[in-house]
Write a protein that binds this ligand. Structure first.
Ligand code: KIV
Ligand code: ZN
Length: 520
């Protein structure tokens, strides 16, 4: 069995320190329930002395956690802090007090104004004092990442001797390189007497984007608890992201000789919950939980994933509770991806048909960032309309705006492919186009209805126009056209209706001619 790495979640304490992430007790409880469901080992529920709200949150979370996990309250190495934390934690079945102080030269000199000996004395006192209230006391050596290693060994040794059950080595400023930090952990493990009986925890920040790497390197060197937050929330650039360390350990269990008890299928849900409660969006390309974490955009990748998912995916999206792999149809998509999606939508084409669909798809994709299912439906319907065409659109251009007279310049192609060019004025751009169409396609009709709607989302959505025209005999014909440009879709829709009208009239004429011939 590999080593168990405890997951200490500090979303509700360090995570809440993200600018704009403050949460009320009700919201913290919702997140805490999700953390319990996910089976984290420790919830750092707040800093009880900092505010009545934090006090209450620690109290309430202690109540709901039961014996499912340890509930922890943060303190400074100050008696009153420890007393208040102990009071808040009275509801918890498994309470932990997390106490400590800064240990780097800059913290000792500029913040605490203490000598190293005074800091050691304070650490010993705080740990012993906290042990009067609870059996589980975690000592943090703030800014350990920039501390003098000899002093770090001495103060950690003192904390262990004083009764700390966990020693937390934070890289508070996210300054370390993974190998240097790993070496610090190894050194502590080799030199501190009795450290084998306590948990070595690491608490790393992401100022150089290496919080996850530091945590994993620490595990390699003997740490057995990682402090982290959902979505990597936390002071400044944030903390180690829970979902990243959990999945990295999960994927490399053998090499790291380590595992966690986290229910990984709850990770996406946890991420979404924290994001919706804090209002802090997850960047789309965020590992594990970003919207694009399982989305494939390039044609080569899409082709690979459709043949075998693991060509470009190391994690099964289902393992983290994500919806599934996504094939994003865009100008970079190839035939395989389009054919696959069309198949899912229930369309099957022979190779020749598919090639024309693919060319239309590229035209739409060139104008849009992403091609949605509705766009594909529209492309298919447009193709059906074109294949029934008598008159087709060659080109259309309009000029309009205040104080211009709306003018349309139009080129239509007849069944033989001959070009017909005209120009017309109108009361608006569409009216000008329709007048131009009427000059070429001279068929009696009345435009009785015109409607336009966006087929898909966004400013670059396809616009679909529906028109109804009434022929001289009172028969009504519907036409539809879609395009990213509403002038073009309006023109296509009108031509579609007129083509139907003409082909119906031709059919009727042919039927009449046949009937007359039969009668003779
Ligand atoms: O970053 C840090 O050092 C901390 C401590 C209070 C554990 O958040
Ligand atoms: Zn921190």
């Amino acid at each position: 069995m590999s080593r168990k790495i405890a997951i200490f979640d500090t979303t509700l304490r360090d995570g809440e320190q993200s600018p704009g992430a403050s949460m009320n007790t009700e919201e913290k409880l919702i997140i805490a329930r999700q953390l319990v469901r996910m089976k984290v080992d420790v919830i750092e529920a707040g800093f009880p002395i900092s505010s009545p709200g934090d006090f209450k949150s620690v109290q309430e979370i202690g109540r709901i956690a039961g014996d499912a996990c340890t509930v922890c309250g943060l303190t400074r190495a100050v008696d009153r802090d420890i007393e208040v934390a102990a009071e808040a934690l009275r509801t918890a079945k498994c309470p932990r007090i997390h106490t400590g102080l800064g240990v780097s030269p800059s913290h000792l000199r500029d913040k605490l104004r203490m000598t190293e000996e005074q800091a050691i004395a304070r650490a010993i006192h705080a740990v012993k004092y906290a042990r009067n209230f609870v059996d589980d006391v975690e000592f943090y050596a703030e800014d350990a990442g920039r501390s003098d290693q000899e002093f770090l060994v001495r103060i950690i040794q003192a904390a262990v001797k004083a009764g700390a059950t966990v020693v937390n080595i934070p890289d508070t400023t996210g300054y370390n390189m993974p190998w240097d930090f790993g070496a610090r952990i190894r050194d502590l493990r080799e030199r501190v007497d009795g450290i084998e009986d306590v948990t070595i925890s690491v608490h790393t920040h992401n100022d150089l984007g290496m919080a996850t790497a530091l945590a994993l390197e620490s595990v390699r060197n003997g740490a057995t608890q990682i402090e982290c937050t959902i979505n990597g929330l936390g002071e400044r650039a944030g903390n180690t992201s829970l979902e990243e360390v959990v999945m990295a350990i999960h994927m490399h269990e053998e090499a790291l000789d380590a595992h966690t008890d986290i229910v990984t299928t709850e990770l996406t849900r946890a991420s979404k919950l924290v994001s919706s409660i804090t209002g802090i969006n997850v960047q789309p390309n965020k590992a594990i939980v970003g919207a694009n974490a399982f989305a494939h955009s390039s044609g080569i990748h899409q082709d690979g994933v459709l043949k075998a998912r693991d060509t470009y995916e190391i994690i099964d999206p289902a393992d983290v509770g994500a919806g599934g792999s996504q094939i994003i149809l865009s100008a970079r998509s190839g035939h395989a991806a389009l054919r696959h999606r069309m198949g899912e939508l229930g369309y099957a084409f022979n190779d020749e048909e598919f090639e024309t669909i693919y060319q239309s798809f590229l035209e739409v994709a060139d104008k849009k960032k992403e091609v949605y299912d509705e766009d594909l439906e529209s492309i298919v319907h447009e193709r059906e309309r074109v294949s029934a065409a008598i008159w087709t659109l060659g080109a259309v251009q309009v000029s309009c705006g205040f104080p211009l007279t709306p003018t349309a310049t139009l080129t239509l192609l007849d069944e033989e492919g001959a070009e017909h060019k005209v120009c017309a004025f109108g009361t608006g751009p569409i009216d000008a186009v329709y007048k131009a169409v009427n000059q070429v396609v001279s068929v009696d009709n009345d435009l009785s209805e015109f409607a336009i709607q966006a087929v898909t989302r966004g400013i670059d959505a396809l616009g679909e126009v529906t028109v109804r025209v009434t022929a001289a005999d009172g028969e009504v014909y519907t036409g539809r056209g879609s395009d990213g440009d509403i002038v073009v879709s309006s023109t296509k829709a009108y031509l579609n209706a007129l083509n139907r009208l003409i082909s119906h009239q031709r059919e009727r004429a042919a039927d009449n001619a046949a009937a007359t011939a039969d009668a003779q």
